[in-house]
Design a binder for this molecule. Structure first.
Ligand SMILES: [Fe+2]
Ligand SMILES: [Fe+2]
Length: 178
C-alpha cells in the first residue's frame, strides 16, 4: 500500500479510515472465523498435534484484539476527534479518568503481542501437508486468511503507531499536566 497518502490526511480522516477499513472488517472476520477454527482444530487434534494450540492461540488473539479495539473505539478515537476539534475538556475529571484507562505505551506493546500471535498461527499452519490430504485445501485457505489478516494488521498498526498513538500521547501529556 502507498503510505504517502496518509501524510496528506488529517488525524480525524485517519481515525475514520482506520475504523472503516480495519476495525469494522476485522471484527466481522473474527466473528466468522471462530467456528471454522474450532471445527478444523477439533478435527485434526490427533493427526496434527500442533493444531490443538491453534484454537487456544486464536481464542487469545481474538479476545485481546477485541478488548484493545474497544479501548480505541470507545475512548481513544472519540477523544482524539474531540481534541482535534478543540472540544476535549481537560479540566473535566471524568475525562481525565477515562484518558488514564488507555495507556499509549501499553497499547503499543499490545500491537507487538498481536503480531507475535499471528506469526505463530501462520507458522502452525505452515505445514498443511501433515493433515489428511482431503483437508489440505481447507488448511491452506485458513492459512491464506491469516496471512491477509496479518498484512492488514501491519498497515493498521503502522497508522496507529505513527499518527494516532503519537497524538494520544500528546493528549496524555496534557492531561497529566492538569
Ligand atoms: Fe486499531
Ligand atoms: Fe491498536
Amino acid at each position: 500500500m502507498d503510505r504517502s497518502k496518509f501524510n496528506d490526511m488529517s488525524i480525524i480522516e485517519i481515525v475514520n479510515y482506520l475504523t472503516d477499513n480495519f476495525h469494522i472488517p476485522l471484527k466481522n472476520l473474527l466473528d466468522k472465523r471462530w467456528g471454522n477454527i474450532v471445527g478444523f482444530s477439533n478435527k485434526h487434534n490427533d493427526d496434527y498435534p500442533k493444531v490443538k494450540h491453534l484454537k487456544d492461540l486464536y481464542g487469545q488473539l481474538e479476545n485481546e484484539i477485541l478488548k484493545h479495539m474497544k479501548k480505541e473505539d470507545d475512548i481513544m478515537f472519540p477523544m482524539i476527534i474531540d481534541y482535534e476539534n478543540n472540544k476535549l475538556d481537560l479540566s473535566n475529571e471524568e475525562i481525565i479518568n477515562k484518558i488514564d484507562i488507555v495507556d499509549g505505551h501499553k497499547m503499543e506493546s499490545e500491537h507487538e503481542i498481536f503480531q507475535y500471535y499471528l506469526n505463530t498461527i501462520i507458522e502452525l499452519l505452515g505445514n498443511c501437508e501433515i493433515v489428511e490430504s482431503e483437508d489440505v485445501p481447507e488448511c491452506n485457505e485458513i492459512r491464506e486468511e491469516f496471512i491477509k489478516i496479518n498484512e492488514d494488521l501491519q498497515e493498521h498498526i503502522y497508522l496507529e503507531d505513527i499518527f494516532i498513538y503519537k497524538k494520544w500521547k500528546e493528549i496524555e501529556k496534557k492531561a497529566d499536566g492538569k
